[in-house]
Structures are given as C-alpha cells and as structure tokens.
Design a protein around this ligand. Structure first.
Ligand SMILES: Cc1cc2nc3c(=O)[nH]c(=O)nc-3n(C[C@H](O)[C@H](O)[C@H](O)COP(=O)(O)OP(=O)(O)OC[C@H]3O[C@@H](n4cnc5c(N)ncnc54)[C@H](O)[C@@H]3O)c2cc1C
Length: 390
C-alpha cells in the first residue's frame, strides 16, 4: 500500500488530521489498533475550546456539534462555603467554550471519513513505524497472518499515551517530563438532568469534585479518590453520597441521582515528550503530552498540534515549503507547556493533597481569594480556559 501520510491512531487527533488533509487532496491512511465500537465506547473529554470547534467546522464535521453542543459562557467554583462564578465571556473578550462529548465528535469524524471513502483500518495489530530518518519511511501492521506494509512520505504518531510511535524515538533523543499526582478521578456518567446548567468545580477538604455534563439529559460527575481505590470499591449509592458531601448543601439538595451508565477511574498525570518530531515522524496529541483533566486542556491541546501539522503539511505539499514542518516541534511545545502550566495550577489550587502541610492549604485558600478579588486574575483564568491562540 502507498499513501502520502500514514497516521497511527484513530482517536480525535488522527481522524481530524486525516479529514482536514483529505479535503485538500492529500492522501492518508489511518491505522487504529481497536475496533470502532471500542473507540466510541470511551467516555473522555467534554469541553471544547473555540479553536477546536473552528477546526471541526473546517473539517466539515461541525454541523451536529453546532446543533447539539452547548455554548458555556462561564463556570462555577465552590470553595470555603461559597460559590463564585468565572465569567469566561466577560474576561476573555467575548469568547466561550462548547460542551460536546469526545465520543460524539469522534463519531462525527468517523462519519465524515466514511462519507469521503477515507481509509481507516481498524483492528490493525503490531503497528510499527520504520526508517523514520529516511525520506522513504514505512509502517507495517498485521492483519490476521498477513503483514501489510504502507509506504509513505510522513508518519503521524497520533496513537495516544500508550501508543507505539513515541517509543520508536531513540531513548537518547527523547526527553520525557512527568508528574504523577497522588490521586485519580472517579467518573460517573448518568442519564440524569445536570445539577447545574454550568460546570461546578468544588474544592472540599474531603477531596475535589466536579459536576460536568454532556447535554441537558446526560450528566458527568467526578470525585477525587486515592490511587489505591478501584471502581469495584464504589457502588453508585456510595458515589452519590460522597459527591453530595463535597458540594454546597443547596446544590447537593438539587442533585438528581440515577444508575451509572459508565464508571471509571482516571489517574491524574502531567507528561510531555520532547521533541515532537523525529525524522519524518511527527507526534500529536496524547502521544506527546497529557494533562490532568482539571483545566479541560487534554483534547484541546491535541487540537492545536493538529492545526500546526495540517498547515505545515499544506505548505509542504502545495508550495514545497517545509518551514512549518521544521518548526512544528518547537511551535507545538510552546503551546503545550502553557496548557501544562494552566492544568497544574488548576489541579494544585482545587485538590486535597494527602501530604500537604498547613502552609500549603493557606496558599490554596489565598489563591482562590486572590482569584475572585482580582479582575486581572480572572482574565488570566478565562484566557487560558477558552484556549490561548494557536
Ligand atoms: C478518562 C479520561 C478522561 C478525560 N477527560 C478529559 C476532559 O474532560 N477534557 C479534556 O480536554 N481531555 C480529557 N481527556 C483527555 C482527552 O481525552 C485526550 O487528550 C484525547 O483523547 C487525545 O486524543 P488523541 O487522538 O491524541 O489520543 P487518543 O484519544 O488516546 O487516541 C489514540 C488512538 O490510538 C490508538 N492506538 C494506540 N496505540 C496504537 C497502536 N500501537 N497502533 C494503532 N493505534 C493505536 C488508540 O486505540 C486510540 O484510539 C481525558 C482522557 C482520559 C483517558
């Protein structure tokens, strides 16, 4: 098989790049290790920044998002017995975020790839990139007993944190930065009316909680749990009781509970791999960096990588200009690190750390007190939450 761009990973990053390049006449093949049902069964991000939404529209995949997604102009932070609102619209110069589930946008991207007869190969086993430093790299994968080879100009590593692409970069070239938090988020998805039309981030001495949503009939709630906990430790009743304890009493009184339709624990981790280019391999999205979900940056950071790569590929194929490809790693990482900083700040301010001392707790309280007493601080939060410019 031969293609121009071979993309490893059929998550949002890989599908989005494939769709954008296809619309400009650039041929791609997407190799996905899992079945489509498996990919669509993963419940993940739900808050899209303006730039991501624009990219969906440019990819001709924004119709359902624009119809069913919710525009959010702000969110709430519950702390020290009070609830304060962050006015995103006011403090970001009129911007906002779109609440639309990653599952839905992935479904839209798959539908678009199908409409255009895009090649997405599922259940591709033992995917392996080769000759990445040469001008003629290739990727192999196994389909049953057969090993298939795909020759290409470029390989895109969009295969998430556990993928094969990053591991193909030699250890003496790759530098990894990592911070593992001593807790995770237990998430529950339920077919219930959300407790609040806007997200509520709750700081509480028993641990952080988040009231999020996917639509007005689908709620997503999280509570901070120790890393030693497993999903089996938490019945639905135990989850709802603990969530209520961490919310302000008037909010807890309005919480509509119901059976969980998905329940999972995500450990919180910050990670960046540098560089994001090795020869003709380009890393994008979770393959190169992850953040704790507190600042809703994960998927949105993937979007800026795709934006830079898309434009760099276009310049290369349309004008023979490789400047964008040469600058990709540096440019993408500059924005990635800002998302890392913001996610670390939100996580540090809002969670209960098992080893924190009284001094740390005072600083957390002061951080929140300063935030809601300073327009400049709220502007900074809003600017980062709606997404820094690409
Ligand atoms: C539990 C959880 C909750 C999250 N919540 C949020 C949130 O609220 N807000 C937010 O912004 N972000 C959130 N994120 C992060 C967000 O989901 C990711 O940033 C986003 O999925 C990144 O997209 P991606 O396409 O780069 O990677 P992925 O979505 O991980 O896609 C990579 C794809 O590559 C495939 N793959 C892996 N290895 C191989 C291989 N060897 N060969 C072929 N294919 C392979 C995988 O099956 C997968 O489909 C969350 C993540 C998790 C895990």
């Amino acid at each position: 098989m031969k293609t121009q761009v071979c993309i490893i990973g059929g998550g949002p990053s890989g599908l989005m790049l494939s769709q954008l390049l296809h619309l400009k006449g650039i041929d791609t093949v997407v190799l996905e290790r899992q079945s489509r049902e498996y990919v669509l069964g993963r419940i993940r991000a739900g808050v899209l920044e303006h730039g991501f939404a624009e990219l969906m529209r440019e990819a001709q995949c924004g119709e359902r998002m624009d119809k069913e997604g919710e525009i959010h102009d702000g969110f709430l932070i519950a702390h020290g017995g009070q609830v304060s609102r962050v006015d995103l619209h006011k403090y970001s110069g009129g911007s906002s975020v779109v609440v639309y589930g990653q599952t839905e946008l992935t479904r839209d991207l798959y539908a678009a790839r199908d409409r255009m007869n895009g090649v997405v190969i599922h259940n591709a086993e033992d995917v392996q990139p080769h000759d990445l430093k040469s001008a003629t790299p290739y990727v192999t994968y196994r389909s049953g007993d057969e090993v298939v080879r795909i020759d290409c100009d470029f390989v895109i590593g969009a295969d998430g944190f556990h993928g094969v692409s990053r591991k193909s970069i030699p250890r003496d070239v790759l530098k990894e930065y990592e911070k593992v938090y001593p807790f995770g988020w237990l998430g529950v998805l339920s077919r219930t009316k959300p407790v609040s039309p806007e997200l509520i981030y709750a700081k509480h001495e028993r641990g952080f909680a988040l009231c999020s949503l996917r639509s007005q009939v689908l709620s997503r709630y999280y509570i901070q749990v120790p890393l030693t906990d497993s999903v089996e430790d938490w019945s639905d009743d135990a989850f709802w009781a603990e969530l209520k304890r961490r919310l302000p009493a008037d909010v807890a009184a309005q919480l509509v509970t119901g059976a969980s339709i998905e329940k999972s624990i995500a450990p919180l981790r910050s990670f960046v791999a540098e560089p994001m280019r090795y020869g003709n391999l380009f890393l994008a999205g979770d393959a190169a960096h992850i953040v704790p979900p507190t600042g809703a940056r994960g998927l949105n950071s993937a979007a800026s990588d795709i934006y830079y790569l898309y434009h760099a590929m276009l310049a290369h194929y349309q004008n023979g200009d490789s400047t964008g490809l040469d600058q990709y790693s540096e440019k993408a990482l500059a924005r990635v690190w800002k998302a890392q900083r913001f996610s670390w700040w939100m996580t540090t301010m809002l969670h209960t750390f098992p080893d924190s001392i009284a001094y740390d707790q005072k600083l957390q309280e002061t951080d929140l007190a300063y935030l809601f007493s300073s327009e400049a601080a709220q502007r900074s939060l809003a600017e980062n939450y709606v997404g820094l410019p690409f």
